[in-house]
Design a protein around this ligand. Structure first.
Ligand SMILES: *[C@@H]1O[C@H](CO)[C@@H](O)[C@H](O)[C@H]1NC(C)=O
Length: 397
């Protein structure tokens, strides 16, 4: 009796497992392996065409489709994955995508890997390596170099998830989000040397509902830059540094420009960065704006400018416009920003004479200068203070 009972149990268990298996077989997406389209995991053979064929098959699939990139290294030239696709696409990466170390082949294209007009896309895992060392060398030597390429760009796309990706050594921006809605960038790691020129980690523009969560970004320029037309952005649990910090701007590049609104940066750490949280605009006329910005619970470890608004932005102090910035900055909250400043001016609000910053709020903030007393500096900035603020705030009501 006992043994029959066990047998029944086993039969039942087996059937249960088998039906779960069938369920996944039937409901799960078609899987498209790039190897079966001729991609070679040797890091040398050009796999661009096989990847495009795999994309086209997945994109036309009437079931949700997974493009699988197995372990190994795949050489890709400039590649555009165009939508719209019929169903959801999952880009599952165990392998590494590498660009040619000959930077001329990419540098004139502006983009290396471009996803365009794709709705419901997930990029999962993997590494992309643009191998841009030679390109930076060219830039530093002041030779004639191509304009440079972003490593991975999402353009005119909605409902995108990038999770667990590592991006190394981009020529320029590592991850660009442009004209997108609802994008989640999570558990992503970005690495480029601190001296590499213009290698922003993540850049967002003309996009709504972008979330960056739990990422580590070490780079030569802004860890995250938030450009015109970015709204409803949420950034949390980012470790930034080395790099230039998290920047809103540069704003005021154009006379007619979309504003930046509703951005939160929270629970993040900045280590040895040039800036912590920065808002910057060129000193010239513009209808641009930045409003409803919250910086909360941030740690600064030896950051040169932990809190800065710079409306006379002029990198290298050469050839910049010298007029009054038209960009209107209002409703910016700094709440619980703590740590150490490498410059004496830990809080610096350098706003526009024609459009002073309004409703800046400083709350429970403590920043100390590593070699003495920290100070704050205000120019055309008004707002309020709450709780203990060190260095003492210079905001006028
Ligand atoms: C601000 O953005 C967040 C997402 O970052 C969103 O949840 C919230 O609804 C937005 N607020 C407004 C007023 O749109």
């Amino acid at each position: 009796m006992a043994s029959a009972n066990y047998t029944n149990h086993f039969v039942f268990l087996f059937q249960a497992i088998f039906s779960i298996f069938l369920f996944f077989q039937s409901s799960n997406a078609a899987t498209v392996d790039v190897l079966s389209f001729g991609a070679k995991p040797d890091g040398r053979s050009d796999s661009t065409v096989p990847f495009l064929r795999a994309w086209s098959t997945a994109c036309n699939s009437i079931q949700p489709a997974t493009i699988y990139i197995p372990r190994g290294s795949f050489l890709l030239k400039q590649v555009t994955f165009n939508g719209p696709c019929k169903k959801r696409i999952n880009f599952q990466m165990d392998g590494t995508l590498v660009a040619s170390s000959n930077y001329w082949s990419l540098g004139n294209s502006g983009h290396w890997i471009l996803f365009r007009k794709v709705d419901r896309l997930t990029i999962y895992g993997g590494t992309i390596n643009a191998q841009a060392k030679g390109y930076w060398g060219c830039r530093r030597a002041g030779r004639s170099c191509p304009a440079g390429a972003r490593s991975i760009t999402f353009s005119w796309s909605n409902n995108v998830v990038v999770r667990g990706l590592t991006s190394l050594n981009s020529q320029k921006i590592h991850i660009a989000v442009d004209h997108c809605n609802n994008v989640l960038i999570q558990d992503v790691h970005i690495r480029a040397p601190s001296g590499s020129p213009n290698t922003d980690g993540i850049n967002v523009q003309f996009s709504k509902g972008v979330t960056v969560s739990h990422c580590t970004i070490m780079t030569g320029d802004d860890c995250i830059s938030i450009s015109q037309g970015s709204t409803n952005m949420w950034i949390e649990r980012v470790a930034c540094g080395p790099g230039h910090g998290i920047s809103i701007g540069s704003l005021g590049t154009y006379v007619n420009e979309a504003g930046v609104q509703n951005v939160t940066v929270t629970n993040s750490v900045f280590t040895k960065t040039l800036n912590g949280v920065r808002i910057k605009s060129w000193a010239q006329p513009s209808n641009g704006f930045a409003r409803d910005i919250v910086f909360r619970n941030l740690i600064m470890n030896n950051v040169y400018n932990p809190i800065i608004i710079d409306q006379r932005y002029c990198p290298g102090d050469r050839g910049c416009p010298r007029r009054s910035s038209g960009v209107k900055i209002s409703g910016v909250t700094y709440d619980q920003i703590r740590g150490t400043s490498l410059s004496p001016v830990a809080i610096n609000f350098d706003c526009s004479p024609s459009n002073p910053c309004r409703t800046i709020k400083l709350k429970d903030t403590k920043l100390t200068y590593v070699k003495g007393a920290a100070t704050s500096s205000c120019r055309y900035a008004t707002g309020s203070n709450n709780g203990a603020v060190v260095p003492r705030s210079c905001l006028s009501e």
